[in-house]
Design a binder for this molecule. Structure first.
Ligand code: FE2
Ligand code: FE2
Length: 321
């Protein structure tokens, strides 16, 4: 039997395996007495109901995978996410974790290769599954909130904005799956234009000069150009990419739209976007704690963001269990 030293093997919850699917990575068991991982099944083995029963009868709580196979495991979860989400025996916090892992991988791949259509298709499928999850499991928000990351990488920011904005849309009474999916995709892709901004401007440790600020402020236009190149059709996605930095008093960019000229769902995303920027670690400052970010939004953004949406956003955090 193949044996591996007990290194950085990841435990895998058995519930993530769908019966009668092929597992395309090696699975290991923890040897009870030797603290070593031993091969349980080789890659491309079918995971059958009999296998699951044997494991459960022998009180094996989890199997393990080697660190080099973790990406293959994430691909497996992504492929079967729909079925995992529909499994009522899996607890919401566990589903939230898998959803977040998939979101990180898909968003990272999409923003790393912003001209690859396959990644847009993956994002579309993911957002459909995500919307299915949040509309069925209303208690999900505190669980996903625990998983938010506070570094300001573009992929983490896009996922955080997506989760906040969708929670806020649902709290505002939005029930159309089509609209929720559009908002979700719009959020994942809203800053895709940042991928063409030079790295030294994007990560500058200090104040931006006039020209650098103007370059950054072009990212909504770059986002819409990239969406166009990718043949994205949904108007909602364009609205969000184009207008998420517009302010109700006309002080935003790139156009300086005012009031109702800013689409309502974009106003939701704008609040999620500012809140995530404030609560994230930046090169020039620490992350603000939640209460302080709310204070800034209420005081410094009065008249700039939608007050009713902001009030609702605050209640999302008050309902936290
Ligand atoms: Fe932006
Ligand atoms: Fe953003």
């Amino acid at each position: 039997m193949t044996q591996q030293q007990n290194g950085d093997f990841s435990p895998i919850n058995l519930k993530s395996f769908i019966i009668d699917t092929k597992i395309n990575f090696d699975l290991y068991m923890l040897h009870p007495s030797q603290n070593r991982h031993v091969l349980f099944s080789s890659k491309n083995t079918q995971f059958s109901d009999a296998t699951r029963k044997i494991l459960l009868d022998n009180k094996v709580p989890s199997l393990y995978i080697s660190p080099c196979d973790y990406d293959l495991y994430l691909q497996y979860i992504e492929k079967y996410l729909n079925r995992i989400i529909s499994n009522t025996t899996i607890a919401t916090p566990q589903k939230s974790e898998w959803i977040f892992e998939c979101a990180k991988k898909i968003t990272h791949d999409t923003l790393d290769n912003p001209d690859v259509r396959k990644n847009i298709r993956r994002s579309t499928t993911f957002v459909k599954n995500l919307v299915g999850f949040i509309t069925k499991e209303r208690s999900y928000f505190p669980h996903v909130q625990k998983l938010f990351e506070t570094d300001y990488s573009l992929s983490c920011h896009s996922i955080n904005v997506c989760m906040y904005a969708l929670a806020l849309c649902v709290a505002m009474g939005e029930s159309s799956l089509k609209i929720l999916e559009g908002v979700g995709m719009g959020c994942l892709l809203h800053d895709i234009g940042m991928t063409v901004i030079p790295h030294d401007i994007l990560h500058k440790d200090g104040a931006l000069d006039e020209l650098e600020r103007e370059t950054i402020q072009k990212h909504p236009e770059f986002s819409t150009q990239l969406l166009n190149n990718l043949s994205v059709k949904n108007e909602l996605i364009y609205d969000i990419a184009k207008s998420h930095h517009e302010k109700l008093d006309g002080s935003g960019y790139p156009i300086g739209l005012k009031g109702d000229d800013i689409p309502s769902h974009t106003r939701i995303v704008a609040i999620a976007d500012i809140f995530d920027a404030l609560t994230s670690q930046r090169p020039h400052r620490d992350a603000f704690p939640t209460y302080q970010a709310f204070k800034i939004l209420i005081n410094d953004f009065e008249g700039k963001v939608d007050g009713d949406i902001l009030k609702k956003f605050v209640t999302l955090f008050q309902n936290k269990k």
